[in-house]
Structures are given as C-alpha cells and as structure tokens.
Design a protein around this ligand. Structure first.
Ligand SMILES: Cc1ncc(COP(=O)(O)O)c(C=O)c1O
Length: 429
C-alpha cells in the first residue's frame, strides 16, 4: 500500500479534534501467541520493580514524597466533568523524574545495571542495594547509556543513570524544552541537540551506540524492556482501586485516558491493564491534532511505518512529549488490537486544561501531561456512548508530567491557558 492509497479518517488531515474508534480493537484479547512480549516478561517486571523501588527510595532519599516510580491515585470530585467523579493517576508527581517516562526509562536503566553487575560476577538480585555499592559504581563508570528523546525519557534515563555512575549521552529533538537540557547538563549528562524531529534524534542515538561495545542504547521505538517497565503500573492501579473499594466489572468498566507520543508508555500500560481487567478496561490513547502518530499508523492498517507527514500534518505542537511523527511499530504490532481508540485534542485544549487543573485541583501539569483531561472533556461522553452508555463507568485520567516544570515556564503556560479560557468561556465539562 502506498501512502497515496491510504484513506485517513475524516478530520485527521484537517487537524480537527476527533475520536477514532479502533476498527481492529479486540476488547477481550490478551497477549497474542508469538508476541514479542510474553506473560513471563510482564510477571518478571512486577518482581523486578519490587527490588527497584527499594533502590530508588535510597537513590532519591533526598526527596521525601512518593514511593520509587509509583504514583498516587487521586479522587477528583469535580462538577466540570459529565460523570462527576474521575480518578487521576498522578505520574506527573513521580518523585524520581516527574513524568510517566520514569517508569520505563528507570526500569531499563536498573535492569541494565543488574545485567552488567551479574556479568562482572557481582550478585545483586538477592541484594538490590549492591547496585549502589562503590564496587558497582566503579564498574558502571566504564559504560555509557545513550538515548534519543523529546525530553522526558532523556530526563529519566539521565538522572538515574548518572546517580548510579554511568556516563549518559542524550540526543534531543528540536521539540525538547531548554530547561530539561539545562538540568540534564547540570547532572553531568552529555546533551546532543538536533534541529530535527524525534525520529531523527532516536536514529542519531542508535547510530552512535552501534559502534561501541561499552555503550547501551535505550530504544524508545523498539524496546521490550521499556514496554514491560511501564506495564507494571497496571498492578499498582489494580491494588489502588481495590483499596478504595472500586470494583471493575462488566457493569462498571474502566476507561483510561493515556497521552501518547511514540506509544511506549501508553502501550506498556495497556498491555498490563488488559492482562488484569480484560474486556472490562478500555484504553484511550490521546494525541495532539498535529501529531496523531498512533492514530494514522493503526488507521492505515499497514504493517509498514506510516507517519503524520504522509497526511499533510506538521507534527508541531506545544506538547513536546507527544511531538512524534512516527509511532512505535513494536507497540502498533504487539498492542494495536488492545487499543480501544485514539482521541485527538487541540493545543488550545491542552493549555486550557493546564490552567483548569491547577485552579480546580492544584495539579501542576505540562501540556503533554494535561492531554488526558483535554480528551476526556472534549470526547468523554462520545467515547462512553461508543461502547455502552447504559452502564456506570470508572474513568482514570493519566497525568503524565509536569511537577518539575520550572516556575517561569509554568507561569507562561498558565498565562496562555488563561488567554484560551477567556476566549472560550463556556468550554470544558
Ligand atoms: C509528559 C509525557 N506524557 C506522555 C508521553 C508519551 O509517552 P510515549 O512517547 O512513550 O508514548 C511523554 C513522552 O515523552 C511525555 O513526556
């Protein structure tokens, strides 16, 4: 199929915000046989996270809030929303890295660190604190970790990698925010800037890593380790729902709104959630109208990569974390049939919800991190109706980044949000 033959869903080439229900959605399927990700991978990730959360508590002992790479599930009672009560999975407050990318990125760095120590004959699986010993540090200093990113994956990998003693090099796309580069550099990370898009930055990082045996590449587009690192969040949610007495069932399905860039974070979480809740959970990916990479990939039905430029879109958005033109083919292949659909939002929606969620609930979100709210407000009723409107439902909005936003950037994002709000006074809800 050539890109000329692909018919994109109405509204997508025109940059209109839409809800696209995935025509290949199989609500009740788990991991397929022959999949590149297995049940053992998912179960192994849960076990590894038990060790890693202890390591992170020690590594980030200067920050008292939170628990490793876990986050709170917050109940919001808010008249702004049609359904009244929504739950917020507050990854914007993850203490190690302030974003959802800390789950996968931190998981892969710590897994790599364990592998390296094992290969040097240092046992660390029975005693995870061995990762923090001076012997381990001396070994890690010989190795380099390389990653390409729009910002938050680099931030997560950079911070944890440096704290363990690795050399870290990050390749940043032109969308990456200046403050993230400044913070990475001050942590001793080598930041390479590219005046090009995310896929280019990832390719540049891949090329650098391929020529050096002491360099490890974290591949945001193709890494199974990243995917399973994210997937363990599903068990966290399941435990949190149980603690609060919410039972997910056929009569109370769960809708989860997940901001999507390349697709790794929402894809891994979808794998985990489907494994636990099966047909009673529907995962909605949320993308900016200029960068609906997962939408165009899935809607094309092609097994070859199809990017947003092919339907005339610019991939220019204020949501730096979601500014991805080409979705992960690994996620499209492994998780594609488990994604309920994709909702797209305007940049102005993101600004509006950055401001609204601060004034309504004190949540400090970056534009990418507010995308779930923007989608829920704009498309939530239609989405519920497109499944079964007669039943009750539980809605989780995943807030994916923002608590590390510096004050100046934050003030300017809020100002923009206020301008949008005053130009559309009856919006939201
Ligand atoms: C704040 C934020 N939310 C969501 C995402 C999406 O994650 P992914 O690119 O794995 O789809 C990103 C990616 O960097 C992000 O920075």
């Amino acid at each position: 199929m050539t890109t000329e033959q692909i018919v994109f869903p109405e509204g997508v080439p025109e940059s209109r915000p839409i809800w696209w229900r995935n025509t290949k959605y199989k609500s009740d399927t788990g991991i397929e046989n022959q999949s590149k990700v297995s049940m053992d991978d998912l179960n192994g990730a849960v076990k590894s996270w038990m060790r890693f959360n202890d390591v992170l508590a020690e590594l980030f002992s200067d920050i008292s809030i939170g628990n490793g790479a876990q986050s709170e599930l917050i109940h919001l009672n808010c008249s702004e929303f049609p359904s009244g009560c929504v739950l917020v999975k507050a990854d914007h407050k993850i203490k190690t890295t302030g974003s959802i990318k800390g789950r996968g990125g931190v998981y892969e760095v710590l897994s790599y660190a364990e592998d390296i120590l094992q290969s040097h004959g240092v046992g660390c699986r029975a005693d995870p604190m061995a990762l923090l010993s001076s012997e381990a540090r001396n070994i890690f200093e010989r190795y380099r970790i390389v990653v390409g990113s729009t910002g938050n994956l680099a931030f997560s990998v950079g911070m944890v990698g440096r704290k363990l003693g690795f050399r870290v090099e990050v390749h940043m796309s032109r969308d990456a925010k200046a403050w993230k580069k400044v913070r990475l550099r001050s942590a001793g990370v080598n930041v390479v800037e590219h005046d090009n898009d995310y896929s280019h930055a990832v390719a540049a990082a891949r090329a650098v890593a391929s020529s050096d045996a002491f360099t490890y590449f974290i591949d945001d587009e193709n890494s199974v380790k990243l995917l399973v690192g994210y997937s363990a969040a599903a068990l966290e949610i399941s435990n949190q729902l149980e603690e609060t007495g919410i039972r997910i069932s056929h009569d109370n399905p769960l809708f989860v709104y997940l901001p999507c860039g390349v697709g790794g974070a929402p894809g891994g979480i979808t794998l985990g959630l489907k494994n636990i809740f099966g047909s009673n959970v529907h995962c909605i990916f949320v993308e900016p109208v200029a960068s609906p990479s997962m939408l165009v990939q899935l809607a094309s039905g092609s097994v070859r990569p199809v990017n947003v430029y092919a339907c005339g879109l610019s991939n220019e958005t204020i949501a730096d974390g979601l500014a991805v033109a080409q979705a992960s083919m690994l996620v499209a292949e492994v998780v594609g049939h488990q994604i309920a659909g994709v909702a797209t939002v305007l940049d102005d929606d993101l600004s509006e919800w950055v401001e609204r969620m601060w004034t309504l609930a004190g949540l400090r979100l970056e534009p990418s991190g507010a995308a779930g709210f923007a989608a829920f407000a704009r498309h939530g009723s239609v989405i519920r109706h497109s499944f079964d409107s007669s039943r009750a439902s539980t809605n989780i909005i995943w807030t994916t980044g923002g608590s590390f936003f510096p004050d100046l950037e934050w003030a300017s994002a809020r100002e923009h949000g206020q301008r949008v709000l005053s130009s559309r006074p009856n919006s939201g809800g």
